[in-house]
Write a protein that binds this ligand. Structure first.
Ligand code: GN1
Ligand code: MG
Length: 367
């Protein structure tokens, strides 16, 4: 459950940052599975403005200062590009507020790391996509994000090492099965077998990386469809959000997670699996949108493995939900019993749906 914070506490927390005007109210915001997020309303000379205030989950991000160094570096790089292209009115990037000491984050008395952003107005994110056009715009936006970071100097911190190393995620599942901390293994034999019977192919991208066919890039790594804001009026992708996991990775992780999260017409924790599956028209939207912006830099191997990446990342995230279920729901936030198991099951249903449509997806690849 999200920790309840009183209005006074929120007022005190935001006062660690440089914000002008009078604090009016703060309320929980969004559907993130990891951090605690609030939307704050301020009155500035009679105009109401919003900010986002977020507590970084230190159980997930062991080195929050490194996370913030990455985020600050990435956002200022993108802002420079937006300004150089005189694109400020159309494109946006997250803008961090400075804390009173000038840093882009602040620690509270309990040692929690907080950050604040300017709220992006007239735009929203979608948990379930409505049209292939939205899928196109989202993939275009994430592809452009990768392109913007192609020339970022230096290497970013790996804030969660092996974040998308699927074989290691499967090893973590096997360890959780062995420990069986909550005596739940007996109820999920089918799900465990589902993963293990597909384990052999999960090192495919890592091998292609090792052989030099797939390069390391700076990737977002959490490209859930709801991690990009869509302009309310134009329908364009205007701002990539949730930059905590931006770090060195493979382009295919980002494409794969879009396909995982955005092609399913049901919620990630839908209980009725009949509602779950990959919508091919949405897949096509993602493919065409990604090619539109990332197509110019993808290598032939990256292009060829786009269809596979959706299946891989869906299997991987499903494996993580299952592992967390076995461990007693200690990583992802849950709001009801069995939520992680339900999440796992939707992912595996999606994997099956992708397997059934794999040839169809491959047919779409530009020859
Ligand atoms: C988490 O924070 P959120 O909800 O955007 C998770 C992702 C998962 C996702 C599944 C740091 O993302 O890896 O794909 O839940 N983020 C982290 O919904 O583990
Ligand atoms: Mg998010």
């Amino acid at each position: 459950m999200p920790t309840p914070f009183s209005q006074n506490e929120i007022r005190r927390l935001i006062s660690m940052f440089e914000v002008y005007g009078d604090f009016l109210v703060g309320a929980p915001f969004g559907n993130g599975n990891v951090n605690d997020t609030f939307q704050l309303t301020f009155d500035q000379g009679g105009i109401r403005l919003h900010y986002i205030l977020q507590r970084i989950n230190s159980n997930v991000f062991k080195a929050p200062v490194k996370v913030m160094e990455n985020v600050a570096k990435v956002t200022s790089h993108i802002l420079k590009k937006i300004k150089a292209a005189h694109n400020e009115t159309r494109k946006r990037t997250i803008r961090l507020l400075k804390a009173l000491d000038g840093k882009p984050y602040a620690f509270d008395d309990l040692g929690n790391c907080w950050r604040a952003y300017v709220f992006v107005e007239h735009a929203r994110s979608y948990d379930v996509l409505e049209t292939p056009e939205q899928a196109f715009r989202i993939a275009q936006g994430f592809g452009e994000f990768q392109e913007q970071l192609n020339d970022l100097p230096g290497r970013l911190h790996e804030t969660i090492p092996d974040f998308h190393n699927t074989p290691k995620r499967i090893a973590q599942l096997e360890a959780a099965v062995k420990a069986d901390a909550c005596n739940r293994v007996k109820d999920v034999r089918k799900e465990i077998d589902f993963v293990l019977s597909r384990a052999a192919e999960t090192d495919t991208l890592l091998k292609l990386h090792a052989s030099g066919d797939i390069p390391e890039r700076i990737t977002h790594n959490d490209t859930k469809a709801n991690n990009i804001l869509i302009d309310d009026v134009t329908g364009e992708a205007v701002c990539v959000i949730d930059l905590d996991t931006v770090m060195p990775g493979l382009a295919l992780y980002d494409f794969g997670d879009m396909v995982r999260s955005g092609t399913n017409p049901a919620e990630e924790d839908e209980v009725d699996l009949n509602k779950v599956g990959m919508r091919f028209d949405m897949y096509q939207g993602f493919y065409e949108g990604f090619i539109d912006t990332a197509g110019k830099f993808l290598t032939p191997a990256e292009h060829e493995y786009l269809p596979f990446s959706g299946k891989l990342i869906t299997l991987e995230i499903g494996t993580r939900f299952l592992t967390d279920y076995l461990a007693g729901d200690i990583y992802f936030k849950t709001r009801r019993p069995n939520q992680n198991l339900d999440r796992c099951r939707t992912q595996f249903k999606l994997v099956e749906s992708m397997e059934a449509q794999m040839n169809h997806m491959k047919d779409l690849l530009l020859k």
